[in-house]
Design a protein around this ligand. Structure first.
Ligand code: ZN
Length: 154
């Protein structure tokens, strides 16, 4: 749970720097945090998701066995781009605080634009991967951050 709480903190940092509130942490087999980051799309590159950054970092810095034994904690379920990157580099379990289904419902409720790509569940993109989530307490914190983000955009 402490890793999911850290994801909420990172998502808060994202929001504070003008980015949508998403944050992710890569934890290895021994429980050590190897990489953490938040969404960085504010400069205009909409592919700058933390889960994509984690996949690239892991490919460059971890062996295939280390990647398979690691866990990615994230504030919001991977989008299909990030799920594909995760699957391509052979990373292990994903634990997310809030689901893509929740995000879409929240955006609708907030009358915010829907994402331009389909919000597929991770297992539709990466069959067989261990995935856990959502978790109510952190999901509610994330919902509030999205609400704040939409208010900041208005
Ligand atoms: Zn993504």
């Amino acid at each position: 749970m402490k890793h999911l709480d850290r994801c909420v903190e990172l998502a808060t940092n994202a929001l504070e720097t003008g980015n949508p509130p998403f944050g992710s942490v890569l934890v290895d087999e021994k429980g050590a945090v190897r990489y953490e980051g938040h969404n960085l799309v504010a400069d205009g590159d909409d592919t700058q998701h933390p889960e994509f950054a984690i996949a690239r970092w892991a490919a460059a810095n971890m062996t295939p066995d280390e990647r398979a034994a690691s866990t990615v904690y994230t504030s919001g379920e991977h989008c299909p781009m990030c799920a594909a990157a995760h699957g391509w580099v052979g990373l292990g379990r994903i634990v997310y605080a809030s689901s893509s289904e929740q995000l879409v419902a929240w955006l609708e409720e907030m009358r915010a634009p829907a994402p331009p790509i389909a919000t597929l569940p991770i297992n539709t993109v990466v069959p067989g991967l261990r995935v856990e989530g959502p978790f109510a307490a952190q999901a509610e914190a994330i919902r509030k951050l999205h609400k704040q983000h939409q208010e900041n955009r208005e």
